[in-house]
Write a protein that binds this ligand. Structure first.
Ligand code: DUC
Ligand code: ZN
Ligand code: ZN
Length: 460
């Protein structure tokens, strides 16, 4: 099967040019002006933007969490992602404390195999570092192509590792060529503030926000960065939200350290005033870390342009309102997370590119290219000869309105209900197959496959 995409305006992280793209099988095989190739299918992309399929390196599909499961599974989650131009995701396979890392991989394989539309990989979340885990780190990197290891500095008793375990893991991951990623918030401080608010009878969603002040994230980010410097391991902070935490990253550059940083689209676009909505409505945005202040949004936009923030993901982790209601009388029981995977690219284009906050090249860099480089996905992340033909054809002017009535997330609300965005994903190619066109899916469940990733580096 071959496809010729004609006359699109192609954007990569570096370039902006109009040309044709010839795809043979799963791969881009030629790019040029007026390509003289006969293809099985031709797509006219005149007037459209053409850019690499998005990579969202932070999603939680079918995650067992806080007494329930996130409501998108591999089928619904990767399909929703494709509708919005995200062709690859990295989920988190989470070790149950006391169990092996491999048992987490097996559990996640049961969720993913045969069910995904888009391609996927896992970060391995290490919740219990010991001699057995240490050996598994080596095997996962060398045999399975799972090269990034997630740590939590919060959620004590379930997910959190202490600093001793963190250092041990960092030494081993460094030795084997992997990357350590972190949910950097001070779990003990947060637990103290949660208990304090509860004892004062302060139970509304607003107190979720007030239990995780900026300092909890800034402190833990600084501690993680220091440990990464000491062990010399490639390091990545997930869902960084605030000025205090980004300043820790900035300060580390003064001693020539580079730590990769991801923020999520909601931290750029939404702020903590949403927690003051009447009744239980603020629960829609209960996530960890919480939304922050407008000054933090400004810091994050600046951080993208300063090259400090490298990736914009989602931390997609949806729950139905019925699930959120588990915390109706106690904010600490509200399942943390919200739906975002489908609209990450369109929101960032509309609010970022269209409003002049980031360039189109930067958009490609933070939605696709950097994640591919940081996480060793060498066939992904650009439009170039030899890359997987994961391609978005995008109308930069079409307006549409985000709503739970029309989105493809398995979730009964949207955190962006009624937002009008400019720019729409029209056609998506997934390894050389038309996957989305005319608002319809054209590939079968199970087309998506596991991406074995390469080793990590501190330079990309
Ligand atoms: N934060 C969330 O909001 N949800 C899932 C896990 C996390 O760290
Ligand atoms: Zn997290
Ligand atoms: Zn997460």
């Amino acid at each position: 099967m071959s496809i010729l995409i004609k006359n699109g305006r192609i954007f990569t992280a570096a370039d902006d040019f109009t040309a044709d793209i010839f795809i043979e099988g799963e791969t881009i095989s030629a790019i040029g002006k007026n390509l003289n190739a006969s293809a099985d299918q031709e797509i006219d992309a005149k007037g459209k933007y053409v850019f690499p399929g998005g990579i969202d390196p932070h999603v939680h599909l079918d995650l067992p969490f806080m007494g329930t499961f996130s409501s998108d599974n591999y089928e619904t989650g990767t399909k929703a992602a494709l509708y919005g131009g995200t062709t690859s995701i990295i989920d988190f396979a989470i070790q149950v404390q006391g169990n092996s890392l491999y048992s987490a991989v097996e559990e996640w394989n049961k969720k993913s195999e045969g069910n995904a539309y888009g391609d996927y990989s896992y970060h391995l979340a290490v919740t219990d570092f010991n001699d057995q885990t240490k050996e598994e780190v080596r095997l996962l990197i060398e045999k399975e192509g799972i090269t990034s290891f997630k740590t939590f500095m919060a959620y004590k008793g379930a997910l959190m590792v202490d600093d001793g375990q963190m250092i041990g893991l960092m030494h081993e991951v460094k030795k084997r060529g992997g990357m350590v990623t972190v949910h950097a918030t001070n779990g003990d401080m947060i637990d103290h503030l949660i208990a304090k608010h509860q004892s004062e009878g302060k139970m509304s969603p607003l107190y979720h926000y007030l239990s995780q002040p900026e300092v909890t994230e800034a402190e833990a980010s600084g501690r993680f960065i220091d440990m990464a410097e000491y062990t010399d391991v490639p390091a990545y902070i997930v869902h960084l939200t605030c000025e205090g935490a980004l300043n820790q990253v900035r300060n580390a550059t003064r001693r020539n350290q580079k730590v990769f940083v991801e923020t999520c689209v909601q931290y750029l676009l939404l702020d903590a005033s949403l927690y003051e909505k009447p009744g239980f409505e603020g629960s829609k945005w209960v996530m960890s870390p919480p939304l922050r202040q407008p000054k933090d949004q400004a810091t994050l936009w600046a951080g993208i342009n300063q090259g400090l923030v490298n990736v914009v993901g989602t931390d997609h982790c949806p729950f139905f309102m019925e699930q959120k209601e588990m915390g109706k009388d106690n904010f600490a029981k509200i399942p943390n997370g919200h739906p975002a995977i489908e609209h990450r690219m369109e929101l960032l284009f509309s609010e970022g590119v269209k409003k002049g906050k980031i360039s189109m090249n930067k958009f490609v860099e933070v939605t696709s290219t950097n994640a591919a480089k940081i996480f060793g996905m060498e066939k992904k992340g650009s439009i170039a000869i030899g890359k997987d033909a994961d391609i978005v054809i995008f109308d930069p002017d079409e307006k549409h309105v985000i709503s739970a009535k029309t989105h493809h997330h398995n979730c009964d609300y949207s955190g962006y209900e009624g937002w009008e965005v400019t720019g729409k994903t029209k056609t998506v190619l997934m390894r050389g197959q038309v996957a989305i066109d005319n608002d319809q899916v054209h590939i079968k469940k199970g087309y998506g496959r596991f991406i074995k990733r390469g080793t990590a580096s501190k330079v990309i």
